[in-house]
Design a protein around this ligand. Structure first.
Ligand code: GDP
Ligand code: IMO
Ligand code: MG
Length: 418
């Protein structure tokens, strides 16, 4: 493996953390390039479970360099909480193994207040994680944000809070105490400053030494600000192009692109989801699965949507697929794949741009016999039940990219090559 981008091919929570953990063996540097602590990446090592939000999953491996790139938005207090929680479990984040971009934008408490304020309206809820992600990226694009390097200048923090308070007043939301934010962020800066650096320079130096870089995507293709089910999306570029802008590594240095997908589909938050299925949701929730890693919310579940996943393969340039949670379908009599949408008597092969249209799309399904036996102990494609093999072959064909990895459980060892 050389430089590899890994993205979610659905609506997030595809099992990216688990696959990153598997691929980190073959990488020297692991980089987050977008999103913030709205992400929740789960890694299970034996009886230990880790959920990482901001810190790249590579931190669980010794000797790997982890980078928070310029495209990430960082809540410094949340980041320190994550660093301390890892330290409590014997994993040290040092200025050598955790580098933070000096250009990454900062999430402030007023971003969280604005996020929650918009979410608490009756109409137009997105179902965000309320981590302040949208308002922080909003400030970035409006050129009113602060970057990590600005934390060295408390007067800038104070001015930003005072300006935000004007907006909060207009919204009818309570003001934020500027002195408290300045003190908290000054404190956070003292601890984070040794990690803050020109990460673009570091990544280029690493490439010169032939170090292999793994780009850890957060969220998923249909939460992408451009390619997702707008406005029910997150505020960053979750698709593969975002990995380049969010790191300063150019497209011609990328060697391969992994798309991670579940064997079915899940979505958390509001927005259209054509293949959503209450029965499958109930079954997975009854198994104790599909509860959000960040907010604990029950994820909405449905059948695999090959229309959406095929378009995700195109937009990201996916050249290999990793499929997780195959075992989630183990008990099914029948498994279904959506192969087209029907809208107003027309068959669609593409995801419509208007979410009202997408919400009215009726999936056209192809049904496959279930395998009705556990796959959790399987470690080889040819040892999978024949029906599961047929299902996976169909997924590969319908999604338009070769299947490389299969995951049949949350554990590190429950992964094998197709
Ligand atoms: P991410 O955000 O894409 O990293 O995914 P999450 O960690 O939010 O959600 C994926 C969930 O599925 C986590 O609870 C993982 O431990 C779990 N998981 C990943 N792969 C498998 C699998 O093959 N089988 C089972 N049973 N669980 C899996
Ligand atoms: P990982 O990296 C699944 C969803 C939220 C909401 C929308 C906008 O773990 O796959 P935001 O707080 O980003 O403004 O919320 O995006 N969302 C995710 N859903 N997995 C995630 O990350 C998500 N991050 C955000 O639920 O619908
Ligand atoms: Mg997640």
């Amino acid at each position: 493996m050389s430089n590899t981008i890994l993205v979610g091919a659905q609506w997030g929570d595809e099992g990216k953390g688990k696959i990153i953990d598997y691929l980190t063996h073959h990488a020297d540097v692991v980089v987050r390039t977008q999103g913030g602590n709205n992400a929740g990446h789960t890694i299970v090592h034996g009886s230990e479970k880790y959920v990482l939000s901001l810190i790249p999953s590579g931190i669980l491996h010794r000797g790997k360099v982890c980078v928070l790139g310029n495209g990430v938005v960082i809540d410094p207090v949340a980041l320190l909480g994550e660093i301390d929680a890892l330290a409590g479990r014997g994993i040290a984040c040092t200025p050598e193994n955790l580098l933070i971009s000096d250009r990454a934008h900062v999430v402030f408490p007023y971003h969280r207040v604005m996020d929650a304020f918009r979410e608490d309206r009756k109409k137009g809820r997105i179902g965000t994680t309320k981590r302040g992600i949208g308002p922080a990226y909003g400030d970035k694009i409006a050129r009113t944000g602060l970057r990590m390097i600005d934390l060295a200048k408390p007067a800038r923090v104070r001015a930003a809070v005072l300006a935000a308070n004007q907006l909060l007043k207009q919204l009818g939301a309570p003001a934020i105490k500027a002195a408290a934010v300045v003190a908290d962020y000054e404190q956070a800066w003292k601890r984070l400053q040794p990690h803050v650096t020109d990460t673009v320079g570091h990544l280029h130096a690493a490439m010169k030494k032939k170090r292999r870089i793994l780009f850890e995507g957060a969220q998923g293709t249909y939460l992408d600000i451009d390619h997702g089910t707008y406005p029910y999306v997150t505020s960053s570029s979750t698709t593969s192009g975002g990995a380049c802008t969010g790191s300063g590594v150019p497209p011609n240095k990328i060697d391969s692109i992994y798309g991670v997908m579940k064997a079915y589909t899940t979505r958390v938050g509001e927005g259209p989801f054509p293949t959503e299925n209450a029965e499958l949701s109930d079954r997975l929730h009854d198994m104790g699965r599909e509860f959000g890693a960040v907010t604990g919310r029950a994820r909405r579940c449905g059948w695999l949507d090959a229309v959406a996943t095929r378009a995700a393969v195109q937009v990201n340039g996916v050249d290999r697929l990793a499929i997780t949670n195959l075992d989630g379908l183990d008990g099914q009599e029948v498994v279904r794949i959506c192969v087209a949408y029907e809208l107003d008597g027309q068959e669609l092969q593409r995801v419509p741009a208007d979410v009202e249209d997408l919400a009215r799309c009726v999936p056209v399904y192809r049904d496959f016999p279930g395998w009705k036996t556990s796959t959790e102990e399987v470690r080889k494609f040819t040892d999978l039940p024949k029906a599961a093999q047929r299902y996976l072959k169909a997924v590969e064909k319908l999604c338009g990219a070769p299947l490389e990895l299969i995951s049949v459980g949350p554990g590190r060892h429950q992964t094998f090559h197709a």
